[in-house]
Design a binder for this molecule. Structure first.
Ligand SMILES: C[S@@+](CC[C@H](N)C(=O)[O-])C[C@H]1O[C@@H](n2cnc3c(N)ncnc32)[C@H](O)[C@@H]1O
Length: 374
């Protein structure tokens, strides 16, 4: 069963209390850009910034329990600074008591010292983004960061007291919480993440940024160290149609893919696609397009041709725009032609095997006719 978003748990509590719409007395809550207003309000209540209180006069702007904009609410989020003037009906403690015992999502900083200064800044930034992702889907303290040290604390530009920051080794953290089996997300794992892996007590992401390519295989070392401390480790990879190329590898993006699977119940491919940036989609396209090329030898000149319609096919499972498609074509030195043109060229050509490869050979005279026939 999918995990519940904090906003949903919050809505259930409000409903139990007979509250069906809420407003806010704070301009910053919920955030204007937020797409899930209830999640936003629930997050600040849980983190102890304020409570839901009964108002003396109804709030004009409000949201119903599905997050739709409505008007007029007798209850609203009230910041702690002014909460004394109001009667609280739902506090941080009330919400905390209603939280299920969900797994931890752990960023493991065991390899911190292997990073350059620039990379350390990136790890800290991705950790900060992970905090934001966690607040968008569940709640911040389910995010744990282990092996936290002074340097990380100085670089971490987000409230470490809202997450679970742990200075010791991951194995110790797990043992204290009686978690005996974990899923280690590892791009080099043999097995793909599957439905049986989703009930683990913790999901571990390597706090690793690998800009130099020198840290290949370091995630597996996290697994080895856990295993030697007696923790059962399932190493699993996230793939897109069977391949890790095209799956974003940033810590916060891996976390978001996991939360889309676990909280939103999305299949892995959908989850990857929703997080994938065109950059990673191009990586994959660079690998896929060569599988589809046809070699032509026109008047002695080699042309590598793919069908233009492939763009629509790949757009279904890669986040590519037309400009990404043409960029990759240019890089590969490929030409894209409409399917019917490729078929026509094949019809007027003679297939030949040259150096073990099939070429469709077209003679000069016929090539000159192409523009009339196509
Ligand atoms: C930038 S990656 C580091 C990978 C590292 N160079 C290695 O070879 O182990 C950072 C973390 O993201 C997670 N990750 C990245 N891509 C993944 C994938 N396709 N499947 C599972 N986890 C992945 C892993 O937890 C990994 O430790």
């Amino acid at each position: 069963m999918a995990m519940k978003k904090l906003g949903k748990i919050f809505a259930e509590l409000l409903r139990e209390k007979g509250i069906y719409r809420i407003g806010s007395l704070s301009k910053r809550v919920p955030r204007r850009e937020s797409t899930d207003k209830l999640q936003d309000i629930a997050t600040v209540v849980l983190e102890g910034y304020g409570s839901i209180c009964r108002l003396k006069t109804p709030a004009y702007i409000a949201w119903d329990l599905e997050g739709n904009l409505v008007h007029g609410a007798e209850y609203a989020f009230v910041h702690d600074r002014i909460a004394g003037e109001f009667e609280p009906v739902l506090t941080s403690e009330d919400l905390r008591k209603a939280l299920p015992d969900y797994p931890y999502f752990i960023i493991d900083l065991m390899h911190w010292e292997k990073h350059s200064q620039k990379e350390k800044v990136k790890v800290a930034l991705q950790a900060a983004q992970s905090y934001g992702v966690m607040r968008d889907y569940l709640w911040a303290d389910r995010l744990a960061i282990t092996w936290v040290n002074g340097e990380f604390k100085a670089l971490a530009n987000f409230p470490l007291d809202k997450i679970t920051a742990y200075e010791g080794p991951t194995a110790e953290f797990l043992k204290e919480r009686k978690i005996r089996e974990v899923v280690l997300l590892d791009p080099r794992a043999e097995k793909e993440l599957g439905p049986d892996d989703l009930t683990a007590g913790a999901f571990i992401i390597g706090g690793i940024v690998d800009t130099s390519g020198e840290k290949k295989g370091t995630t597996a070392k996290i697994g080895e160290s856990l295993q030697s401390a007696g923790i059962r480790v399932k190493r699993r990879k996230i793939t897109l149609r069977g391949d890790i190329i095209g799956v974003p590898d940033r810590i916060n993006m891996i976390l978001e893919i996991m939360l889309k699977i676990l909280v939103e119940g999305k299949p892995m491919e959908r989850a990857v696609l929703e997080v994938q940036a065109p950059l990673q989609a191009r990586w994959r396209l660079r690998k896929e397009l060569p599988k589809k090329k046809t070699r032509f030898l026109i008047n002695g000149k080699k042309f590598l041709v793919v069908e233009k319609e492939l763009f629509d096919e790949y757009s279904e499972w890669l986040n590519i725009r037309w400009e990404d498609f043409t960029k990759v074509l240019r890089e590969l030195n490929f030409v894209a032609l409409e399917r019917r043109r490729v078929h026509h060229l094949k019809r007027i050509s003679v297939p030949r095997v040259i150096n073990g490869r099939v070429y469709y050979v077209i003679l000069l005279k016929k090539a000159a006719m192409l523009c009339y026939n196509c």
